[in-house]
Design a protein around this ligand. Structure first.
Ligand SMILES: *[C@@H]1O[C@H](CO)[C@@H](O)[C@H](O)[C@H]1NC(C)=O
Ligand SMILES: *[C@@H]1O[C@H](CO)[C@@H](O)[C@H](O)[C@H]1NC(C)=O
Ligand SMILES: *[C@@H]1O[C@H](CO)[C@@H](O)[C@H](O)[C@H]1NC(C)=O
Length: 428
């Protein structure tokens, strides 16, 4: 463990040093975060084949035809000056070869949302909070019924509850909602924590987290609610702390959170999953947008961030183990996973920024992590690249809704915040 802690600190010092120079570059790229996009209305593609035309079997570049790659990239960034020798760059930001999946569009959510959260309880899919636009956040829950494929309900969240970057987890009846960002733009977080009894449709308050966090990794494990990582109060600094509190039937059994073994790497937007008595933390990032100093509306401004492919696991030894990383760095996947047939399925996300243009790059693949062999595969493509999807699985169908999608087949940068719901029949 000492080695983990040390190397992490080392990396983070490097991050801080880089931050000061890269913040300047970043400031020019704020627009990537969330552009209002009323003018954007491409025809929907029901089959994923249109957006990634790479020939299968090659991984290094998205298109082997070098002259075409040049054209594609210049289209993507709309700036001839940014043409770059694609072949010399790593593939982390490129689309990976992936089989096609046939997607069917289902009824859209009542509102578009980014950085919201979701919990599936049997055939009901509870979709929480999120940004509608950068200046408007939702404070309600929409409910989708996978059995009849309808949005069937809507109810309010407590006024004091955060509106995005929540930590959420459920035991099958109670949904715990931990900390998160309170308000629009890049406002501060709250430590307030709540629990929803989905049967009685009642909210209750829980002891607040020892300190607020943005998008902490959150799970129920061995009778305790575990919360770790996330970003600290300034929205950028990764938190390494890990806390837990005993819970049962929607009630905290203790007055205070207990300190647990810290996580090797902090930061927000990771998938956190418990399966067969092991806790997994997958992907995520260090750093995030921050409020512009002095801005009365806490205007978001881009800062340096690094996306990771890391997979960490805790077992009964209570020591973190490192497992094989994702096929590419991936963040904004906190509610983008489901467990199917002893494997974890993850849809979409964001990967490392383009190394030359520094543009944000979305992910359009569907990943599978096999829990028996601890290996990853890429099992399909989404209808488009999209981050912070809310993902469910019912009756053989993989569903996703919400998030922020790309600008089009040739441009992986983020644009429109969506409420669309899609599904595909999964054959693993
Ligand atoms: C590469 O692109 C050029 C120009 O579009 C085309 O003429 C050529 O056939 C392409 N080659 C391959 C291998 O796709
Ligand atoms: C969900 O749909 C099923 C099938 O139509 C129905 O029996 C059930 O009552 C619905 N549940 C809710 C909460 O709407
Ligand atoms: C999961 O495994 C079962 C039993 O092997 C199989 O029938 C089912 O199709 C699998 N599910 C998916 C989504 O592939």
């Amino acid at each position: 463990m000492a080695r983990f802690t040390h190397s992490n600190k080392h990396t983070y010092t490097g991050t801080l040093l880089l931050l000061s120079c890269l913040a300047l570059i970043g400031a020019a790229l704020i627009a990537d975060f969330m552009l209002a996009s009323s003018s954007y209305s491409p025809a929907y593609l029901s089959i994923a084949s249109k957006w990634a035309r790479e020939k299968s079997g090659f991984i290094v570049v998205p298109n082997l035809n070098a002259s075409k790659v040049g054209q594609k990239e210049s289209m993507a960034v709309k700036d001839k000056a940014e043409r770059i020798p694609e072949r010399s760059l790593s593939a982390t930001f490129a689309d990976l070869p992936a089989p096609e999946l046939e997607w069917e569009q289902m009824p859209s959510a009542p509102v578009p949302r980014l950085d919201g959260a979701a919990i599936q309880i049997k055939n009901l899919f509870y979709v929480f909070a999120g940004y509608g636009t950068l200046d408007y956040v939702h404070s309600h829950v929409d409910v989708y019924n996978f059995s009849d494929n309808k949005w069937v309900d809507r109810f309010d969240m407590p006024k004091e509850m955060a509106h995005s970057h929540l930590g959420v987890v459920s035991d099958g009846r109670y949904i715990y909602v931990v900390s998160g960002q309170y308000g629009p733009q890049c406002r501060g977080p709250t430590a307030r924590t709540f629990v929803l009894d989905t049967k009685m449709r009642k909210w209750r308050s829980m002891p607040p987290l020892p300190a607020p966090r943005y998008s902490p990794a959150t799970q129920l494990w061995r009778g305790r609610l575990h919360v770790m990582g996330g970003s600290k109060e300034n929205r950028h600094t990764p938190g390494l702390e890990h806390w837990s509190i005993a819970v049962k039937d929607g009630k905290a059994l203790e007055k205070e959170w207990r300190t647990e073994i810290s996580i090797p790497r902090g930061g927000p937007h990771r998938a956190c999953i418990v399966i067969k008595d092991r806790l997994f933390v997958i992907g995520g990032q260090e750093g995030d947008f921050m409020a512009k100093p002095g801005s009365p509306i806490f205007k978001c401004s881009r800062r340096h961030e690094v996306v990771y492919a890391d997979v960490y696991m805790l077992d009964e030894e209570m020591k973190w183990k490192t497992l094989p990383p994702m096929p590419k760095p991936n963040s904004h996947i906190e509610c983008a996973w489901v467990i199917v047939n002893n494997s974890i399925i993850i849809t979409g996300g964001t990967t490392e920024k383009h190394p030359v243009t520094k543009r944000m790059i979305l992910v359009g693949e569907v990943f599978q992590f096999h829990l028996d062999s601890l290996t990853w595969s890429v099992i399909g493509k989404l209808p488009y690249r999209v981050k912070t999807t809310l993902t469910g699985f019912w009756d053989g169908w993989l569903y996703f809704t919400s998030g922020q999608r790309d600008r089009g087949p040739d441009n992986p940068q983020p644009r429109k915040v969506i409420g669309e719901m899609w599904r595909t029949k999964l054959h693993l």
